[in-house]
Design a protein around this ligand. Structure first.
Ligand SMILES: NCc1[nH]cc(CCC(=O)O)c1CC(=O)O
Length: 309
């Protein structure tokens, strides 16, 4: 049997495909895996835009549309996504497989300077509303500039001598997968700076009921899958995609329970509600929904509504 594995064209997307194929080729010796790149509109559009435009367009669906269309049409059998870029509502006829491990480092990082080193009024590059909002909580003095594009491109903005930025915020996961760890100046504490739901995890998508779905049914790692299910259930209940300032951080307690911490932050960093909860590994969605309900009781709905205006 041959299964064609699709992904975006970026070096990160290709590294993610290599990572899963390193696991799957020995685990499924009877399957021949082929790789295929599917371009997205965003792959050709590297322009920066205003904060408002980024807040509207940096959502997950813009990233996955052509991938999902190719999967639905049978041009590929499996898509390897960055899970955080995948909307919580699944396209009809497509299924997300249990999440494989290991999950990469979930934390956000600063490249170019540490929080303590940043001069007053420092210029920081990031287009993600969550990162903008959380940075402004910690450092209300900084100026946030929207930057888009792939990971190496964004890094170059902080690295260029006399460049326009003091630092950029990126995901540790992408830098690790691209072997760019040496660019990291500081890991941001995930308790105070919780990353995007699903950050660092891979989203493996197939056609519902397909051969690929059957063959790959058991690729998941239970602790990783439970954590991302809790995070995505929380996000779904807040009606958010990766373009809203919702951060989540899941850890495993000494007794093997899931602990989920979450924060919703206004874009100006002036309002933040946080919640934490724990629950058994086999009911992750229940935990996600409970923490979401707690955040909504504290006013998360108003914070998010103000951003959607
Ligand atoms: N939104 C872009 C994106 N999608 C996935 C990653 C890498 C991190 C991951 O795999 O979760 C990145 C780059 C970044 O956020 O720095």
């Amino acid at each position: 049997m041959t299964l064609t594995v699709g992904s975006r064209a970026s070096a990160l997307a290709k590294a993610q495909v290599r990572e899963v194929l390193t696991q799957w080729r020995p685990a499924f010796p009877d399957v021949t895996f082929r790789q295929r790149v599917i371009l997205e509109g965003g792959d050709r559009d590297r322009r920066t835009s205003t904060l408002a435009a980024v807040a509207k367009t940096s959502g997950g669906s813009a990233f996955s549309t052509n991938q999902e269309a190719a999967l639905a049409a049978g041009e590929v059998d499996v898509i390897v996504h960055s899970l955080k870029d995948l909307p919580t509502a699944m396209a009809p006829g497509l299924t997300l497989l249990p999440c494989p491990g290991p999950r990469a480092d979930v934390r956000d990082v600063l490249c170019g300077a540490t929080l303590a080193d940043l001069p007053d009024g420092a210029r920081i590059g990031t287009g993600a509303p969550r990162r903008i909002a959380q940075l402004l909580v910690l450092r209300p003095d900084v100026e946030v500039l929207p930057i888009r594009g792939n990971v190496p491109g964004r890094l170059a903005r902080a690295r260029s001598r006399g460049g326009s930025l003091d630092a950029v915020v990126l995901a540790a996961a992408g830098l690790h997968r691209l072997h760019l760890d040496s660019e990291i100046s500081q890991y941001l504490d995930p308790e105070t700076y919780p990353p995007s739901p699903g950050q660092g995890a891979l989203g493996i998508q197939v056609r519902t009921g397909s051969e690929a779905a059957r063959v790959l049914a058991d690729i998941g790692t239970p602790e990783v899958d439970a954590a991302v299910r809790a995070e995505r259930a929380l996000l779904a209940d807040l009606h958010g995609g990766c373009s809203v300032p919702v951060g989540t951080y899941t850890s495993l307690t000494p007794t093997g329970h899931l602990r989920l911490r979450a924060a919703v932050t206004s874009l100006d960093g002036e309002r933040q509600v946080t919640g934490v909860g724990s629950g058994p590994l086999d009911e992750p969605e229940k935990l996600g929904r409970a923490v979401a309900a707690d955040l909504l009781r504290q006013g998360a709905g108003d914070i998010l509504a103000a951003i959607r205006l």
